[in-house]
Design a protein around this ligand. Structure first.
Ligand code: MLT
Length: 337
């Protein structure tokens, strides 16, 4: 029988054992929040959508989440964390465990927030790793079905002559609908009463219900209502008309070329997420964007997946940096302020 070690030796052994356990736990944490990149993913992945359910960002996310989940072999669970033009959800994603189990879907609002929110809780570049771009969605100027003007030119004149009573919906400062609204009010030289929502999903419900007059929103949220005649559509904000709404003139055709904007979307993870995990998510995104079902769904809603070379962290990072500078300048010049 081995004689019992003296007490001081037993205490040292217990202490070393505890240290070993602690260092193993720390090692697991340092490798991206406790997940093993080589085995990733082993559990469901949460995808934060920083706007309300049923809106355009939610719609795009659910389109790509299904084929991504199939490729990764786990569920992608969409969580709508709305508020403050998307900055609440983006802030929650920025501070999530960098283990690949929290992903953020965001759009052009990721590049405008720094210029619009002095106390922004995150840095869109330093606090995230981009996974890749997803799609760039046109916007449409739509109104309640009984809004008086019939053509875009009539809409412009009506809004200029009734600026003190016309109401414009958007999804919070820095949202795509807010940015398009700012371009519109700058171009028309008017100040309008803005009605903010946590997403253009709920805003659409109140346009259809007649509680608010008009908004500029993405085709991924408006195509159905336009086609069904539930809202009036005046123009699309792209240089050329779009296949899904061939009869809708462009803002340029209507004499307002400065009201031009499309809403790019991308996926992000927290900055410390291991590159091996990012690469797996980028791969799954590229598979999803090549999925015929996704291509068809996007086409029906007036948009299309980006090309494979755009669905990369490098292309996504380059666009984000360029857009932060562009929108920072526009907003600083007061054109968007
Ligand atoms: C949404 O998903 O509700 C929209 O993207 C909000 C916006 O940016 O206008």
């Amino acid at each position: 029988m081995t004689p019992a070690a003296p007490r001081r030796h037993r205490k040292a052994a217990a202490y070393l054992g505890a240290l070993a356990g602690l260092s193993l736990a720390l090692a697991a944490c340092s490798s991206g929040g406790g997940s093993d990149p080589a085995a990733y993913p082993e559990d469901d992945i949460e995808v934060i959508v920083p706007f309300s359910a049923g809106g355009p960002t939610d719609t795009v996310t659910r389109m790509v989440a299904e084929p991504m989940a199939e490729e990764l072999g786990v569920q992608l669970v969409v969580q709508n964390v709305d508020g403050a033009g998307g900055t609440v959800g983006a802030g929650q994603a920025a501070t999530a465990e960098p283990d690949g189990y929290t992903v953020l879907m965001h759009h052009i609002g990721m590049s405008t927030a720094p210029a619009l929110y002095a106390d922004l809780a995150y840095d869109p570049v330093a606090d995230f790793k981009p996974i890749g771009l997803v799609t760039e969605v046109p916007m449409t100027i739509i109104a309640r079905a009984d809004f008086e003007p019939d053509t875009f030119e009539e809409f412009v004149t009506f809004v200029q002559e009734n600026a003190d009573t016309v109401t414009m919906a958007h999804a919070g400062e820095g949202s795509a609908s807010n940015l398009c609204g700012l371009l519109l009010t700058d171009a028309l030289g008017v100040d309008l009463t803005a009605v903010p929502y946590d997403g253009t999903g709920p805003a659409m419900a109140e346009i259809v219900g007649g509680q608010v007059d008009f908004m500029c929103d993405q085709t991924t949220n408006t195509t159905g209502q336009i086609t069904a005649g539930e809202v009036k559509a005046y123009a699309v904000t792209t240089p050329e008309r779009i296949e899904a709404l061939p009869d809708l003139p462009t803002t340029t055709e209507g004499g307002q070329p400065d009201i031009q904007v499309s809403v790019w979307h991308g996926l992000y993870v927290p900055a410390e997420t291991p590159d091996e995990i990012v690469a797996k998510l980028t791969g799954a995104l590229q598979v999803a964007l090549a999925d015929q079902g996704v291509v068809d769904q996007m086409a029906d809603l007036g948009t299309a997946p980006v090309s494979a070379d755009q669905a990369t962290p490098e292309a996504h990072a380059a666009l984000l940096e360029e857009q932060i500078a562009t929108w920072g300048g526009i907003i600083a010049d007061g054109q968007g302020g």
